[in-house]
Design a protein around this ligand. Structure first.
Ligand code: G3P
Ligand code: MG
Length: 354
């Protein structure tokens, strides 16, 4: 018997499965929704032949804005309410490092002051940006001139004494660099410093602070017909050039985001909370299956499959053809299913369950 969809509040909630979505290349491309995404969301919200609502979360490697602001954007793009309670971006898990680094941290990437605000919102107390450093010493980046607004918004580090009085405890690349040359220079300066102390040079090049990237995607799916370079490309450049300028020393940096299993475990905890608060499902029982819909084999499929191998419940990878993955090529990591669009992915999951 097929139930007719009723008032959403009266619809049944699927308690044994859930969905998780990548954003760029699956739901959105270049700031615009992929048309099938809007219908896919409606289908999850009860507009399906079974009249069930299916819990879902979003897990993107993107970032550069607060989770609340990103959810505001996504709500408009998908024409439905998206809550920070169901949303993880590349830098979200970094907030768990707040207690580890209580001093100065260097935050890289994003528009204007947005990433500083994100970091401060997570609780980092002393957030320094490349703009602050260039404002204090313009010779740091010979070809970068701060705009008037950047100059005005940057902090005045010299009020604290010399730049060499400041010790960077960790570097966080929160979002894509808007000026690769000066950001690369400043990351390398800190990596080559004496224990993170600005304007100093180590003699051994093995005492710089840890460097965290919010993900490691070499490419991603934006508005252009071909994929665009992403943060992972900057990470590779940082590591390679560090070796070049230090006579062959190795720099080991850290990445959050997909495909790290830790990010999927973070997602599991969020999904548990979301199922409980939004759908009234018991906090302690995870869904039997989580369908993860992504467009990038190296991040989405790889991470989902690794999580599936590690966890008690099933993580089922679905690859779509609207983003990084190109039809006709062999994906480096094999999904459980490959479909055209996110709408087909949702149908696939629901049909497999019902
Ligand atoms: O910069 C964002 C991009 O690398 C990937 O975003 O949503 O496809 O994980 P997403
Ligand atoms: Mg993607």
């Amino acid at each position: 018997e097929v139930a007719t969809p009723r008032n959403p509040s009266e619809e049944e909630v699927a308690d044994n499965f859930a969905f998780a979505f990548d954003i760029d290349g699956v739901l959105v491309r270049g700031g615009n929704p992929i048309p099938e995404a809007i219908e896919a969301m409606k289908m999850l919200n009860g507009e399906n032949e079974y009249g069930i609502r299916v819990p879902y979360i979003f897990l993107t490697n993107g970032g550069g804005k607060t989770e609340a602001e990103r959810c505001g954007d996504l709500s408009k793009q998908l024409e439905l309410e998206v809550s920070p309670g169901q949303f993880i971006c590349g830098h979200t898990p970094m907030r768990e490092l707040v207690d580890k680094y209580r001093g100065a941290v260097l935050v890289i990437g994003g528009e204007g002051e947005k990433c500083r605000h994100v970091a401060e919102g997570y609780g980092f107390k002393d957030v320094i940006t490349p703009g602050d450093i260039i404002k204090a010493n313009s010779h740091v980046a010979p070809f970068r001139k701060l705009t008037e607004a950047e100059h005005a918004n940057s902090r005045d580090l010299l009020l604290r004494g010399d730049l060499s009085d400041i010790v960077i405890e960790a570097v966080f690349v929160f979002a894509d660099s808007r000026d690769w040359a000066s950001d690369l220079q400043i990351i390398l300066d800190v990596a080559m410093s004496k224990g993170g102390r600005l304007e100093t040079r180590s003699e051994t090049f093995d005492e710089g602070p840890p460097i965290y990237f919010s993900h490691s995607d070499i490419v991603w799916s934006a508005a252009h017909e071909h994929v665009r370079l992403g943060m992972g490309a900057l990470r590779r450049i940082v590591e390679t050039v560090f070796s070049d300028v230090t006579g062959g020393k190795e720099l080991i940096t850290h990445a959050f985001g997909k495909p790290q299993v830790g990010t999927f475990e973070f997602a599991t905890r969020l999904l548990q909370k979301w199922r409980a608060t939004q759908h009234g499902l018991v906090d302690s029982s995870p869904p039997d299956t989580v369908y993860f819909v992504g467009d990038t084999p190296e991040s989405d499929v790889r991470g989902t499959n690794a999580m599936d191998a590690k966890s008690d419940n099933e993580w089922y990878s679905i690859l779509v053809k609207t983003g990084v993955y190109e039809e006709g090529t062999e994906p480096a990591y094999k999904p459980r299913a490959t479909v055209n669009t996110v709408l087909d992915a949702v149908r696939h999951g629901i049909d497999r369950e019902m």
